[in-house]
Write a protein that binds this ligand. Structure first.
Ligand code: UDP
Length: 246
């Protein structure tokens, strides 16, 4: 690890230069933040679990033809990914009202939406990730119209696929956030799924009890935060019974 050159340190991950050109190593930390960095904490074991959960979900999405940056998991906390140019837009897909959506529309948490709703936020800590429209994204050149089309169609396919996958694990996919990047390959550029897919960026509720098994347990001090991440991994069949170890 010490030999690696740090490229970027984010809230939950560190990016290092990879072993070959065009690759990066994503290191998953236990650190958690919420409310635009105003709340900080540590969720013990989260990095190990998220590394494994994201590996699994990216591989599954790859199997249905979603292009992504993931190459392979290296160890408990690190994965090798393709280097991409991150598009500064977060795509949020919502199936059920929760979080900021409820505040914005005075909606009751847990209300099913008439159809899946896609929202975009501009990635900017300084501006607190404001909600933006397709017009802002293309006018400011954050993404080209064709890139945005690709992001939208991939996000809807991902939502359909992951909703079914989680349902099979007794979990309801309430909403989630995706990030995409530009992959440059021999004079070609295409948009691929990037970042991570983990309970840090998804809301997952138990299908029977409605219990929250995601970062809302940290945001709202609901307790059993590590246990919730462990439960998601367990239901996806990803943890040995003894639980994760470093
Ligand atoms: N989300 C995220 N990062 C962000 C904002 C949102 O991962 O910077 C995820 C969040 O975990 C949830 C979904 O996107 O699954 C919708 O989040 P919302 O807009 O309701 O914001 P929140 O209430 O989480 O601040």
């Amino acid at each position: 690890m010490a030999r690696r050159r740090k490229i970027y340190e984010g809230k939950a991950k560190i990016l290092y230069a990879g072993p070959e050109p065009g690759t990066l190593v994503q290191y998953f930390k236990d650190d958690a933040t919420a409310f635009n960095n105003k709340k900080k904490g540590v969720i013990t074991g989260k990095g190990v679990l998220n590394n494994r959960i994201s590996e699994y979900l990216m591989m599954k999405l790859g199997e249905i033809g979603i292009p992504h940056h993931f190459l392979r998991r290296l160890n408990m906390r690190e994965q090798l990914v393709r280097e991409v140019e991150i598009i500064p837009v977060e795509v949020i897909v919502r199936n059920i009202a929760a979080g900021s959506f409820c505040e914005r529309f005075k909606a009751k948490e847990g209300t099913p939406l008439p159809r899946s709703i896609v929202e975009y936020c501009y990635k900017s800590d300084e501006l607190d990730d404001p909600l933006v429209s397709e017009e802002h994204i293309t006018a400011f050149g954050w993404a080209a119209p064709q890139e945005l089309d690709d992001m939208l169609s991939m996000s809807l396919r991902i939502n359909d696929f992951l909703s079914g996958l989680f349902l099979g694990a007794g979990l309801k996919l309430i909403d989630f956030k995706l990030e995409f990047g530009r992959l440059f390959e021999d004079d070609m550029v295409r948009v691929v799924l990037a970042d991570e897919i983990t309970p840090d960026g998804c809301r997952l509720w138990d299908i029977e009890t409605g219990k929250k098994l995601d970062k809302d347990r940290f945001r709202r001090d609901l307790g059993d935060v590590s246990e919730a991440y462990q439960e998601v991994a367990r239901r996806l069949g990803l943890t040995p019974e003894a639980g994760p170890r470093d």
